[in-house]
Design a protein around this ligand. Sequence first.
Ligand SMILES: Cc1cc2nc3c(=O)[nH]c(=O)nc-3n(C[C@H](O)[C@H](O)[C@H](O)COP(=O)(O)OP(=O)(O)OC[C@H]3O[C@@H](n4cnc5c(N)ncnc54)[C@H](O)[C@@H]3O)c2cc1C
Length: 395
Amino acid sequence: MSARHISEHPVIIVGAGIGGLTLAHALLVRGIDVRILESAPALEPVGAGIQIPPNAVKVLRALNLETTVTKRAFRPTAIEARMGESGRRVFDIPLADQAVSRWGAPYLHIHRADYITALREALPDGVLYLGARVQAYKQNPNAVTVTLTNGETFEGHTLIGADGIRSTIRTQMLGADTPRFTGNVAWRAVVPMAALGDHAPRPTACAWFGKGRHAVTYRLGADGTHANFVGVVERDDWQDEGWSLEGQKSDALADFDGWHPTITHLIKSADTLHKWALFDRDPLMKWTDQRVALMGDAAHPMLPFLAQGAAMAVEDAYVLAQGIANGRPLMEFQTQRLARTSKVQAASRANMGLFHKRSRLSQLATYGPMWVAGHVAPTLVHRRMDWLYGHDVTA
Ligand SMILES: Cc1cc2nc3c(=O)[nH]c(=O)nc-3n(C[C@H](O)[C@H](O)[C@H](O)COP(=O)(O)OP(=O)(O)OC[C@H]3O[C@@H](n4cnc5c(N)ncnc54)[C@H](O)[C@@H]3O)c2cc1C
């Protein structure tokens, strides 16, 4: 067993997801040495589309990453909501220029693999250690040491668990438990626009509402060359998760039987459909243990129904790096972030009820006022999102 003292005072980050990579940038721009320990032997191009809302783009801008991310991303013209079966529009609110003028940054769609590549390519050499699975940590008043599953050890000044919903660091800090299955399974696919003909989704971020299910469609790539499909269904007979688990096309078609051709055609045209059981947790009251802190999904996993999970990790990264650079106790990071991430966790869960109305009456009572607001006072719809997209942790 060898101890590798990689620098006098590095910050050790466990996990090279969107959160861990952004944190590395946020520390490096402040002149703080970092090492990222990632269990995967390579950062594979896995996953599907991800939405980057303005509150996250503002962090990327402050870290000089906006250009490299934006050049790989699509800018939707509007946020739309439609009924899943009929395709009838509930509302359609302009987004392209309005996101910048109202919330200070564009709204973007990107393939997760392109996002990770952009963040990774901008890192200096020697920061990222792949194939490094962290098993445990121990600490004393001066340092923290992590041990990998191969016995190797790394010593640093601070340790950040950015290791996702099943975080090893979290388990050691708080004890073993399992995240909560939310009763939802997500289908995901990316399909070339050229394969979709007249049924291609519009260049918007569109949520399609249905009974006990919903779908989301949007375009990917700087020129919108691909369409992204997410279809969420309430069911409790399947609880596996992972970016690469495949499902049967016939099952996805059965889940969206009778839906608008935009949705069914996307499913039929997909080469591969991935299937992912959705988990979350109630807000955690403890994210820190002296020299160790949790961030991103390790601290506050959420349903993806507000498209904010990665955005919260990006906001965490900025706030955490600022505190570390200023020599503040890690405990302050939790105090700064807990109220906002808890609110976003709760709002994401609440959207499940909003999107999945089962009876005609409840659909009318919910989507009717949305239709009216979208037509009579579209700025009301924008204003309802100010707390989320207008937030600027870099201000
Ligand atoms: C269907 C779906 C759609 C989504 N859409 C959006 C969206 O549009 N917008 C949005 O903002 N968010 C979205 N999210 C949420 C988003 O994907 C997550 O919130 C985000 O990926 C969390 O990032 P993270 O860096 O905290 O964790 P992760 O991305 O989970 O990264 C954790 C990393 O840690 C590594 N790791 C784990 N254990 C160890 C260990 N012991 N040692 C070393 N490394 C380890 C893992 O290999 C991984 O690379 C979506 C999620 C799902 C499921």
